[in-house]
Design a protein around this ligand. Structure first.
Ligand code: PMP
Length: 383
C-alpha cells in the first residue's frame, strides 16, 4: 500500500487541516507577551461563539479528561451528592472522576446505545437534592447524542450545577451553553475543533463560580480560580501549549469563515449520508435514529463477524481507519467518524472502503449500494 496515504476516520484525534498545521509550525512566541495575549483573547471570543455563551472560558494544556477533572475538582467536595447520567464509556468516566473526588455518586445508566431519558432525570431530581449533575453531550463510544437542552431545563430549576462533557460534540453539534443552563462545559482540541490532542477548554457559568470559590477538593494545576486570575491579563497560569493555541486560532478562523450553522449542517448531512449507506448495505446502526450522533456513526458488526476483523482489512488494504467498540461493545460495533475536517467525499471513501472490506471477509455485499445511497443524500434526493 502507498506510504502516507491514510484516511483517519476515528472520533479523535481527527485530521488536521493544512492551515492549522501551518499555524502550528510558526516560530515559538513567549506566552507572557502581547502577541500571545492578543491571540488568547481572539480565541476565547471565538470559542464563546461556538459555546454560545458569555461565560469565562479557560484553555488548559491537558487532554479532555483533564478538563473533566477540572470541572469536578472545582465543583465537587467530598461527600457531595452527584447525579451521573451515563450512556456509555465516557459517562462512566465522568462518574468515576466524581467518585475519586469523594462524591456520593448516583449513577443512572441508560444502557450502551441509548440516550438519556428525561423522565428518569426528572424523577431523580425530585427524589434528592444534588450538588452536581454530570452529562455527556455526545457519547463517543456509542454514537449517541443526548438532549442537553432538555436536561438543562430540568437541572436549571434546581440548585444543582450541570456539568457537560462536550468533548466530542462541541464544534460539530450545536450547544447553547447559556440558554440551556449548562454550568460547566468541557471540550477538547482533537475532535471537532480539528487540532491535535493536548488542549481542553472549560467554560464556567456565574452559578458555578459561586460553588467553585468555596470548594474543598484539592486542586493546583486544575484550579479554575488560578486560571481566572491569569486570564484577566489574557495569560495562562502555567506554560500553555503555545503551538496548539496558534492552531486553535487558525481552526476557529476557518469555522467562523464557514459559519457555525453551516458547520453543524455539514456534520448532520455527513451523518445522514453515512446512516443511509449503512442501511443500504443491510447493516444496523447502534443508536436510535432520533439520538444518532451527527459526528460519529456506530454500526453493529454483521452476525458472526468481529468488527475488529473488518477494521483490520480497512486499515491494511485501504488505509482507512475506523474506530472499534469500547468496553462491552468491543468487537460488536465499529465507529465511523465524520467529525471536524471532513466533508462529503470522506463519507464516500469510508463507505466504498467498507463495502470492499465486507466483500474481502466474505460477507454478501451489493458493491456500490452504500455509496449510491450516500450520493443520493448528497444530491438532495430521498434516501
Ligand atoms: N469524553 C468524550 C465524550 C470523549 O470522546 C473523549 C475522548 N474520546 C473523552 C471524554 C476523553 O478525552 P481525552 O482522551 O482527550 O482525555
Amino acid at each position: 500500500m502507498m506510504q502516507d496515504k491514510h484516511y483517519l476516520m476515528i472520533p479523535g484525534p481527527t485530521p488536521v487541516p493544512p492551515a492549522v498545521a501551518a499555524a502550528m509550525s510558526r516560530p515559538m512566541i513567549g506566552h507572557r507577551t502581547d502577541d500571545f495575549a492578543a491571540m488568547h483573547k481572539r480565541i476565547v471570543e471565538r470559542l464563546r461563539v461556538v459555546f454560545q455563551t458569555g461565560n469565562d472560558i479557560f484553555i488548559l494544556t491537558n487532554s479532555g479528561t483533564g478538563g473533566m477533572e477540572a470541572a469536578v475538582a472545582n465543583t465537587v467536595s467530598p461527600g457531595d451528592r452527584v447525579l451521573a447520567l451515563v450512556t456509555g464509556n465516557f459517562g462512566e468516566r465522568f462518574a468515576r472522576i466524581a467518585r475519586e473526588y469523594g462524591a456520593e455518586v448516583d449513577e443512572v445508566h441508560f444502557g450502551w446505545g441509548n440516550c438519556v431519558d428525561l423522565k428518569a432525570v426528572e424523577e431523580k431530581l425530585s427524589s434528592a437534592r444534588y450538588k452536581v449533575v454530570l452529562a455527556t453531550q455526545n457519547e463517543t463510544s456509542t454514537g449517541v447524542v443526548n438532549d442537553i437542552a432538555g436536561i438543562g431545563a430540568l437541572v436549571g430549576k434546581t440548585s444543582a450545577l450541570l456539568l457537560v462533557d462536550g468533548i466530542s460534540g462541541v464544534g460539530g453539534i450545536e450547544i447553547k451553553m447559556d440558554e440551556w443552563n449548562v454550568d460547566v462545559l468541557v471540550t477538547a482540541s482533537q475532535k471537532a475543533l480539528m487540532l491535535p490532542p493536548g488542549l481542553a477548554m472549560v467554560a464556567v457559568s456565574p452559578k458555578a463560580w459561586e460553588v467553585v470559590a468555596g470548594n474543598k477538593s484539592p486542586r493546583f494545576y486544575l484550579s479554575l480560580p488560578a486560571a481566572k486570575k491569569a486570564c484577566e491579563k489574557w495569560n495562562t497560569a502555567y506554560t500553555p501549549a503555545v503551538s496548539l493555541f496558534a492552531g486553535l486560532d487558525a481552526a476557529l478562523e476557518m469555522m467562523m469563515a464557514e459559519g457555525m450553522d453551516n458547520v453543524y449542517a455539514r456534520h448532520m448531512l455527513m451523518a445522514r449520508a453515512t446512516r443511509a449507506a449503512v442501511r443500504a448495505l443491510g447493516l444496523e446502526q447502534l443508536a436510535p435514529e432520533e439520538a444518532a450522533s451527527p459526528v460519529v456513526t456506530a454500526v453493529k458488526s454483521p452476525a458472526g463477524v468481529d468488527g475488529d476483523d473488518i477494521r483490520k482489512v480497512l486499515r491494511k488494504e485501504y488505509g482507512v481507519t475506523f474506530a472499534g467498540g469500547q468496553g462491552i461493545l468491543k468487537g460488536k460495533i465499529f465507529r465511523i467518524a465524520h467529525m471536524g475536517f471532513a466533508d462529503k467525499m470522506d463519507v464516500i471513501i469510508a463507505i466504498s472502503a467498507l463495502e470492499m472490506a465486507l466483500a474481502r471477509i466474505g460477507q454478501p455485499v451489493d458493491l456500490g449500494s452504500g455509496v449510491r445511497a450516500a450520493q443520493k443524500v448528497f444530491l438532495g434526493g430521498n434516501e
